[in-house]
Design a protein around this ligand. Structure first.
Ligand code: HH2
Length: 305
């Protein structure tokens, strides 16, 4: 794998350099019903402890979610979503999240605004800022980093009969269109990242096609974030029914995604994923010593500009 030219992702007052070393985004689901860890971190103290643990394990970014997006999950109101997120975000923002960037996984402008007011850096929106007409304005006003994810259908129905004529072309075309539309609406393209939405209205074959052709998504010129962690297609491929048994599959898929063009992996298992990221950087570097001799704890791009 040839070294890649550095790419900048601006997220409010922070600037991430995406180059040789991939970044790791740790997942904190403050929900009762997430597909792999629902209920474990629904209490603020448990969620906060998990966020601190993921940061200590090396997460460059922490992604906090207050609504599950798994197929068939119940929708929650903005008030309920914020009630779940607020104490955790408040505490993390107050302590600077240990240097990690804070991301909020939401499709609701009211939730995103309040999170940004508390100090979050990134809006991770599975609807690519289409679900709430006010979302693009919030992202622009706060100069937030944004993850634009592809989703076919709605979380409730997306896995019923996903269909594409050419999944890679359609996902890339959709995200290119969102980048262009948001730039026309006044958002700074340097603040936008893209995500193929693995498992969101996709069959196993669609997911595999997208992972194999991530280079085409990377060709859009923006950071590529990929979430494969513990997802059901890995269970189907390995025969591991329980999400908690899918660690090896998740790491293999993360490594593959990073080698095919992803810059950031969104994961539940941060410690193990950081090892993968580190090895990808070493394998992908012509001058291996440059990477190996960097201090590991500060190797991230998650530092103030
Ligand atoms: N996957 C999930 C949620 N949010 N955001 C992005 N950008 N990319 C993803 O692949 C993605 C995402 C689903 O995972 P999880 O958060 O663990 O589950 P749930 O939605 O059930 O809370």
């Amino acid at each position: 794998m040839a070294p890649r030219p550095p790419l900048l992702w601006r997220c409010r007052d922070r600037e991430l350099r995406l180059g040789a070393r991939p970044l790791v985004m740790g997942i904190v689901n403050v929900t009762p019903d997430s597909f792999s860890d629902g209920g474990r971190y629904v209490e603020p103290a448990a969620a906060l402890a998990q966020a601190r643990r993921l940061r200590a394990e090396g997460a460059d970014l922490l992604d906090l979610g207050g609504e599950s997006t798994r197929p068939g999950a119940a929708a929650v109101s903005a008030e309920e979503e914020w009630r779940r997120l607020a104490p955790v975000l408040e505490a993390l923002a107050a302590e600077g999240a240990g240097g990690a960037l804070l991301s909020v996984d939401t499709t609701k402008a009211a939730v995103a605004r309040r999170a940004l007011e508390l100090g979050a850096h990134i809006i991770n929106d599975i609807s690519a800022l289409t679900a709430d007409p006010a979302m693009a304005g919030v992202a622009r006003d706060f100069q937030a980093g944004v993850v634009l994810m592809h989703l076919q259908g709605t979380p409730r129905t997306m896995q019923q009969a996903p269909h594409y004529d050419d999944v890679v072309a359609e996902v890339c075309g959709y995200l290119a269109g969102r980048l262009a539309a948001l730039a026309a609406a006044g958002l700074d393209p340097a603040r936008l990242a893209v995500d193929p939405g693995i498992g969101f209205g996709k069959s196993v074959e669609h997911n595999l096609q997208l992972l194999a052709h991530l280079d085409r998504l990377a060709a859009l010129g923006r950071p590529v974030l990929v979430g494969v962690s513990r997802k059901s297609f890995l269970g189907r491929l390995t025969g591991r029914e329980a999400p908690g048994e899918r660690l090896a599959g998740s790491l293999a898929a993360a490594m593959y995604a990073l080698q095919r063009g992803a810059h950031i992996i969104r994961v539940h298992d941060v410690k193990e994923s950081c090892d993968v990221a580190k090895l990808v950087a070493i394998f992908g570097h012509e001058e291996t010593d440059d990477v190996v001799h960097q201090p590991t704890a500060t190797a991230g791009g998650a530092r103030p500009a």
